[in-house]
Every structure is written in structure tokens, then in C-alpha cells.
Ligand binder design. Sequence first.
Ligand code: PA5
Length: 431
Amino acid sequence: MYVDIGNALSSVATPGVSRASLERLDERVAAAHERIERGIEDREFGYAALALPEDTDADAIESAVEPLVELDVDAVLTVGIGGSALGAATVSGALGPGRAGTFHLDNVDPQRTARLLDDLPLADTAVHVVSRSGTTAETLSNFLVVREAYEREGVDWTERTVVTTGPDGPLRALSEQEGLPALDVPEGVPGRFSALSTVGLVPAAIQGHDVAGLLAGGRAGRESLAGSLFDCPAYAYGAVSYALEQRGATQQVCMPYAEDLEYFAEWFAQLWAESLGKDGLGQTPVRALGATDQHSQLQLYRAGRHDKQVTFVRPRDRPDVPIPDTDVEGLSYLGGSSLGDLLDAEFEATEASLAAAGLPNVRVELDALDAESVGELLYGFEAACVLVGELMGVETFTQPAVEWGKRAARGLLGGGEFEEADAVAEKERLL
Ligand code: PA5
């Protein structure tokens, strides 16, 4: 992973960060790095995520999914939400369909769920049900609906389902009752940091993607952690993001220039918001896509408030499509070029236009959208996020606000006595 922070410097951007202040910040980066290393070594809660590339057993995942691979399924349906879905969606999105297309059922919108289940060839679809807690209402409800759809079609869902969950909870009980193959979520790893584990890698394994390669990329990210932001791309990104937030860049726009990284932006938004949105702090993540959003949001980024940092992400290499020659007046300049050349030109023009307007932006590049680079990218952003959390002094690995909402919803549905549900019921109605 390559990180270029030049356009975030105060010589270019406002807010921006000076070299001198980065050098001062580097002392705190060194201390944070020591803390992170200790946490990784001891597999402390949360920090254990940064040990996943070493701890995840690719062979165990491959053998758990072997019966599904033998069924030669055409599709993999992930039933999970938040951190239990976005890692898998990001990996599968970035690496493509492989030998089976991927679908995700996270939300509980009845219309979308019904349509998806109507469209999917269930006899040729494997299901991966994921919930660390095993209690999340959306996931469990969706799974019950999916199960019934299989039964209605007379298709044996037990042969096509694999579960990933924690040691206890209703999902574990259900998998034991039905004799389903069940993988463990790794201990000490919050959902949004679990992409490089069973949680994120099962669909990739069913699709035939290079799981070992993804983990090797993660290990390269691990090996690149160092006690100075000037020696570590992930920490350079994290430190600059932290410094910019302190100086007023309260929004963080993640703008990949690759359709296949659209889910990455969504994954990033969850990682950044749920980990760092604490104690009145944290950048608000915004998802954008180049070149599409050049035709909409770019106006605001260039000419609106200077309360943003834009992070561009792109692969350096990708398959290309030539643009055919044409003698139509005004179009001939496109002929002989390619869609990749055009996208690169759009990327560079947008980056330069923001720099010219003084809006801080950072360029992140990977070699290509292959397993190693994607593994390294995920690891790098997780490490960056952990560093920002250390510098901010927040509890990166908890999500009390998310848990509040989950308990309130369960309470409202009669799933237990939760005081959060009372707060919902007490809402004052003005109209
Ligand atoms: O990152 C997190 O902790 C959350 O986004 C969870 O992954 C999400 O709420 C789903 O939880 P669970 O895996 O327990 O169903």
C-alpha cells in the first residue's frame, strides 16, 4: 500500500499539517505503536484483530466450505449485518465473482429480501450466516426467512449453509441443533475488524479466491508497522487524518477510483465511524466514487466548506478497455486511448483540482485488485484506525451507541426487558 500525504501539508491545504508538527506528532505515534504492538502480542481485545493475518487458518476455512464447493454452487448469500457483512462484501467486491456470485442480506427491508429470494437460484446458492453475538435481530430474522424460502422450494438448506458465530447464543444453538458446519469468530476481534478472519473470508473461499494470498497481504501490512509515521504508510495515513481532524477536517471522504472498491468505501465508513465516533470526536465518513461523483459531490468538495479530507484510493494496475477510434469531430481525441487512461486522467485532474483549491487530500494506491493487495489494504486501514484511536484517546473497539440501538429494537419487539426500549416509547410527539 502506497500513501502520499503531500496534498495534506499546510503548504498546500487549509486545514493542512506542517512538516514540523508531523515531526512533533511522530513522538506520540512511536508511543502509540508500542501500545499497539503490546496489544497485538497479548491478543488484547481489539488489538487481536491486527494479529489475524497470523492467526487465521486458511486451510480450516477451505475445508469447512469444501462440501459447498463440491455442490458447485453459483451464488453465495451472506446473511449478517455491519461488521459481519461488510468485510466479506469488500473482499468479494474487490476480487470479483470467481466461481460464484455474491449477495448480501443485511438490511431487513421486506421488499428487497422477498425480491432477492425470488431471484436467487436457491438450489445453487450457498448461505453463510454470520453473527458474532448470535443474537442480532436483523441477521436471525433474515436467516429464518431464508430457511423458509428453501423449505418452500423443497431445497435442503442444511446442506448449503455454513454458520460463523461466537461460542454461545441462539445462532450457535441453532447450528448445533441442525448439525450445520460452524466456524468460530476469532476471540477478541470486533465485527468491523474481522474482515481477515472466518467472518470475511468464507464467501471468498467458496468463490475460489486466494484466501492464503489475502492473509499474506495482511501479513505484509503487519510487517510494515513501524514506530514512525515516516516509515509506515498506514500510520502516515492515520496520523495525517488525526492531525487534519484536530485542525477542522471533521469529514472524511473515501473516494475510490474503482467500481470494485465501492464496498471498500462502505467498509471504511463503518470502521471509521464506529471505532472513532466517541467522546464528541471523530471524522464523519462520507462515501464517494470516482469518476461518478466528480459529476455531483466534487462541486462541494472543491468549493464548499474546508471541513473535509478526501482520501483517493486506486489500483495502479488493472485490466483495460480500449476506446475505439472515431472520426466524429470533437471526439477523435478519445480514440486510441482507453477507459483506464480516462479514469486515471479523471483521478489526477480531481486530485489536482482539490489541491489547487487548498482542500486536503491523500492518495492511497495498491498494486492491483488482487488478493495480496486487498489483504494489505484492509490491514493498513485497520492499523491506521487503531492508531487514530490511540492518538485521540478513545475506546476504539467498543460501540456503545450501536449496542444501544440493538437493545432498544429487541425490547420493542418483545425480545427482553431493555430500558433503551422505554426511551423509544417515551418519545414526545409534536405533530
Ligand atoms: O462492528 C461491530 O461490532 C458491529 O457492526 C457488528 O458487527 C454488527 O452489529 C453485527 O453484530 P453481530 O456480529 O453480533 O451480529
